[in-house]
Design a protein. Sequence first.
Length: 143
Amino acid sequence: MQDLHGYYLEDLEVGMTARYAKTVTEADVILFAGISGDDNPVHINAEYAAQTMFGQRIVHGMYSAALISAVLGTRMPGPGAIYIDQQLKFKAPVHIGDTVTATAKVLEIDQQRRRVKLETICTVGDKVVAEGIATNMVDRRPA
């Protein structure tokens, strides 16, 4: 079972970073709309989206947030950590075909409460599309 566990609290240090990247496909957007129930036409209807300020369909903002969940749940802190809080600002649209990179960086570690605060940033190339702060609860190493 230990093979399935990510970092323990004692393994983390301020400044550590991890990344997860994914290129958004048409199928991702349609499936995300179905899973989330968010079928806003700006995401799924090209004719409608062409008339908006974006001029084309945009990917759900929460899709980028889901990639933050992926980096936290699979990379760092990784399996075993519990995602308990997220503050997030969407800065720019994401389009189908864009590669979104979610990065998490350890900012603070509260040993007593087992909390790790992380800076979370999603980028497309050099452009920040979402940024915020997440808090995870992380296990201590077993005795």
